[in-house]
Design a protein around this ligand. Structure first.
Ligand code: URP
Ligand code: ZN
Ligand code: ZN
Length: 472
């Protein structure tokens, strides 16, 4: 059935204007005023913004990690994402050394196919580069449409890859048109510092932060950026948490290197002192990289504003406090790393960013949606409001005030990292390819309705020009 959205303010990364949107067969077919509503369901967006659906470029759903498995899977995770205004997630597909990449990709398809309520794609972890891996990459890119690879520079003896692997991945990515993503922390030095802390009897959550100092994130970020320059390749640094890393990204970009950076809501509003909460509550705030001293938040906001950082990911990697985070009650290295953020990504950025004047409304759309679409080969099908684009749309009331709480969130975990935070602005209705997933704050979607997205190759020009063509 046709739908028409009336009376809303349409916001893209470039423009803000009053207009109506006609939706047919899951796509936007007209944008204008006084459009004919004959045969169409009318959706009244009075007093609301209409945004392109959010794109979360960084999620870990149903992922084994830290001796357990993330609590949110592709069903609960994408339902929560939709409530928060996200209509596409790109999840990290883990691989195992010595096993064909295609096995891991099949595993991730099996986890997601019947469950996702919004569209999704995969990034692929690269932990080794050998003839077998090199032989599989063209198929991964051309047939699976997986055009971004993730290399971990930390988590020694678990995920960590060496410098040779990172450098060879950068070279292969350049050759095949893929974007390399890095978790940038110096895993070797962290390994030394964590063992030393435990030897000295320092087992509490705060030692997670103290053994992963910002210098080690800055060092790894700079190393990866320099390798990128040397390989004339392209790099995306995930979950940037501190000034040390921002400086390295800015330095690389000033040299003309193709280096991009993502931060996450938690680094913008929470800080290292949260790890010192009593009764082991600090474990709820264990991320890698860790939360930093508060002054870093201004640096991150300014980097988003000035364009030195370009995107915001949730790094959704949720574990219950009871039964999962408490695996590390006597040893901070056993606390599963990560937190539940997928649902509040847009709301926190809108409330703390747009409402407080730190970023503009159009920057908000760029950071939460458009830039990720361009970087990860989804633009202009996703990430904008244009004739021919998928009708992934968020009707967002900018004036609703609410308090974030685990009691009302839709993630499967027993706590919310932003518990008690007062925010302004909330998605009211969310459409994925023209169908309501959330309608008037009620879930009306269907597990399995989300489609797997084969993504286009990395295209630097897409990041500069908006000249891709859409067909209807
Ligand atoms: O603590 C985090 N960030 N957990 C998720 C895994 C990762 O490193 O991205
Ligand atoms: Zn990471
Ligand atoms: Zn992550």
């Amino acid at each position: 059935m046709k739908k028409i959205i009336k009376n809303g303010t349409i916001v893209t990364a470039a423009d803000t204007y009053q207009g109506e949107i006609l939706i047919e067969d899951g796509k936007i077919t007209q944008i204008g005023s006084n459009l004919s509503a004959i045969g169409a369901e009318v959706i009244d967006a009075k007093g609301c913004f209409v945004f392109p659906g959010g794109i979360d470029p960084h999620t870990h759903l149903d992922m084994p990690f830290g001796g357990t498995v993330t609590k949110d899977d592709f069903e609960s995770g994408t339902i929560a994402a939709a409530f928060g205004g996200t209509t596409t997630v790109i999840d990290f597909c883990l691989t195992n050394k010595g096993e064909p990449l295609k096995n891991s990709i099949q595993t991730w398809h099996a986890k997601s196919k019947e469950k996702a309520v919004i569209d999704y794609g995969f990034h692929l972890m690269i932990s080794e580069i050998n003839e077998d891996v090199l032989g599989e990459l063209p198929q991964v890119i051309n047939e699976e449409g997986i055009t971004s690879f993730k290399v971990f520079m930390a988590y020694k003896n678990v995920f960590q890859a060496d410098d040779e692997t990172l450098f060879k991945t950068l070279i292969s990515a350049k050759e095949h048109g893929a974007l390399v993503m890095v978790h940038a922390e110096n895993g070797d030095v962290i390994d030394f510092l964590t063992k030393k802390a435990l030897d000295e009897g320092n087992t509490a959550p705060i030692y997670h932060a103290l053994t992963r100092p910002p210098e080690l994130e800055g060092e790894a970020t700079g190393r990866a950026a320099n390798f990128t320059g040397l390989a004339n390749s392209q790099l995306y640094v995930v979950h940037v948490s501190c000034a040390d890393a921002v400086e390295q990204i800015a330095k690389a970009r000033s040299k003309g290197f193709d280096v991009w950076g993502e931060t996450c809501p938690q680094y913008l509003v929470l800080d290292q002192s949260y790890l010192e909460k009593p009764n082991f509550e600090g474990a709820k705030y264990v991320w890698s990289p860790p939360l930093r001293e508060k002054w870093n938040q201004d640096v991150l906001w300014n980097a988003l504003k000035s364009g030195q950082l370009q995107t915001i990911g949730s790094d959704q990697c949720s574990f219950d406090f009871k039964g999962q985070k408490d695996l590390g009650r006597d040893d901070f290295t056993k606390i599963p790393n990560g937190g539940p953020i997928i649902e509040d990504r847009l709301s926190v950025l809108f409330s703390e960013g747009v409402k407080k004047g730190r970023i503009s409304l159009n920057q908000f759309v760029d950071i939460t949606s458009t830039r990720s679409a361009k970087l990860f080969g989804l633009f202009p099908k996703k990430g904008t409001i244009a004739v021919g684009a998928d009708a992934d749309l968020v009707i967002f009331d900018p004036n609703i005030e609410r308090v974030i709480s685990a009691e009302t969130h839709h993630m499967a975990v027993d706590y919310n990292a932003f518990e008690g935070m007062k925010i302004t602005g909330e998605p009211v209705s969310v459409l994925s390819r023209g169908e309501f997933v959330v309608r008037d704050k009620q879930f009306v979607g269907k597990p399995g309705s989300g489609q797997y997205l084969k993504r286009a190759k990395y295209n630097k020009n897409a990041l500069v020009n908006q000249n891709e063509t859409l067909s209807i």
